[in-house]
Design a protein around this ligand. Structure first.
Ligand SMILES: *[C@@H]1O[C@H](CO)[C@@H](O)[C@H](O)[C@H]1NC(C)=O
Ligand SMILES: *[C@@H]1O[C@H](CO)[C@@H](O)[C@H](O)[C@H]1NC(C)=O
Length: 409
């Protein structure tokens, strides 16, 4: 089993945190991967990702997987866990230390931020020079959604993004942060960050989100605008912006409906098979990286991430048995009685938005204005798609510094 001591919201206890997956479990995983590989079906001729995750690519991944060294990554991950819960570096006299909460979503984990965290905590050390001011460093807090990674698993029904936002507000208050910034990325990471801003408006100094999403079905006006802009983009859309593709909501997002409606049935299979888990998770990654990922033999994944990054995410889900809880988090969030009210509520907090064109979920600015009433910074990135903290950590770090400097001056 994984042995961890609980993360307490104070420095002393955090040093006890160790991740130690038994050798037997590592061996068991490798054996399952070998067996799973034998049962992989042949890919249909002349297809890539059109039918779902490519069997050819999965076969290649299993080869990398059998060589993947968990023990080496375990040390890095543990280092990161300790690193981000602790106040990282003593600040110098002229530096302002600003608390920031980084919120991940599905299908990822705190690991999303592994390249961003060190830059925020100590920009100088990583050769980052954020302009003449250069006086800000961050006290970075990156919790795992309860049920995800090494955090405790909810046993009662109903733990969704609103409950998660509430627990994060408590965490920050317990850490002694009366005012802080919130950064949310990924599906449900954005919603959680936004909900936290609504629950604790006086505590959140600024909200920053990547690829926020407004459902085209939210109300009649938004639906009509979405529809019109898909026929006459120039009417509503800025440069580099893509119209909402309503058909996507009904086709590409089939994973969403399954997880939202019958999470436990799906989880039995996904949590029992490492190849099943890899296919389900990484297919969602592929869905988010590029518009026509399905016509690429590797679903454009290796153009966006290293194989080690992909496999580390899968290992984290496997060893901590995150998937069943992630799927329930979906149902509890999207099926939440307050879901509609919460996502429609106007957000008055100063907001910065990063949009990456061709993200599977982001909405164009004209729709975002319906919800975010105080957008002070709006950046359209060069890279396509989702997973900005992993794919474009430099942009993310620079945007965070720029936004926070704007607010705290
Ligand atoms: C799988 O690996 C083989 C051998 O290295 C390579 O020729 C092939 O293009 C790879 N296929 C995919 C989908 O990555
Ligand atoms: C945001 O502003 C609107 C309009 O002024 C107000 O009705 C709403 O309560 C405000 N929301 C919050 C969370 O303060």
């Amino acid at each position: 089993m994984i042995s961890t001591s609980k993360i307490h919201a104070d420095d002393e206890k955090i040093h006890d945190f160790t991740i130690a997956v038994d050798r037997e479990r590592v061996e068991d995983l490798k054996n399952r991967v070998k067996l799973g590989k034998q049962r992989l079906q042949k890919q249909l001729e002349d297809t890539d990702f059109e039918f779902g995750f490519s069997a050819n690519y999965l076969k290649n991944l299993t080869e990398a997987w059998l060589k993947y060294d968990w023990k080496q990554h375990e040390t890095e991950i543990e280092g990161l866990l300790i690193h981000f819960v602790r106040t990282n570096y003593p600040s110098k006299n002229n530096e302002k230390k600003i608390p920031i909460l980084l919120i991940h979503g599905y299908p990822s984990s705190f690991w999303d931020f592994y390249k961003v965290i060190p830059i925020l905590a100590n920009p100088g050390r990583f050769g980052f020079d954020f302009g003449s001011k250069g006086s800000i460093v961050f006290d970075v807090v990156v919790p795992s959604i309860p049920g995800f990674g090494f955090s405790e698993k909810p046993q009662k029904k109903g733990f969704g993004f609103i409950e998660c936002a509430r627990s994060y507000a408590k965490l920050m208050s317990r850490l002694g942060h009366k005012k802080f910034f919130v950064f949310g990325s990924g599906e449900l990471g954005v919603e959680t960050a936004t909900a936290l801003t609504l629950l604790a408006p006086e505590a959140v100094q600024g909200l920053q989100v990547v690829n926020p999403w407004i459902s085209p079905f939210q109300d009649a006006q938004i639906f009509v605008k979405s529809l019109i802009s898909s026929f006459v983009p120039s009417l509503y859309l800025g440069e580099n912006e893509k119209p909402v593709r309503i058909a996507d909501y009904l086709d590409k997002f089939s994973y969403f409906w399954t997880m939202k409606s019958r999470p436990d049935s799906l989880s039995v299979a996904v949590n029992d098979s490492p190849l099943g888990l890899a296919a389900w998770l990484l297919d969602r990654f592929a869905l988010g990286v590029k518009e026509n990922f399905a016509k690429h033999p590797q679903g454009w994944l290796q153009n966006s991430f290293t194989v080690d990054e992909l496999l580390t995410e899968v290992h984290l889900y496997w060893f901590t048995e995150t998937f069943p809880h992630a799927a329930r988090f979906f149902k509890n969030s999207y099926g939440h009685p307050l879901f509609e009210v919460t996502i429609r509520a106007p957000v008055n907090t100063s907001t910065a938005i990063i949009t990456l064109p061709a993200s599977s979920i982001s909405s164009p600015r004209h729709l975002l204005d319906h919800c975010f009433r105080n957008i002070v910074r709006y950046t359209v990135g060069n890279k396509e798609g989702d997973f900005a903290p992993l794919r474009d950590h430099r942009l993310v770090a620079e945007e965070i510094f720029a936004f926070v400097e704007e607010i705290v001056g």
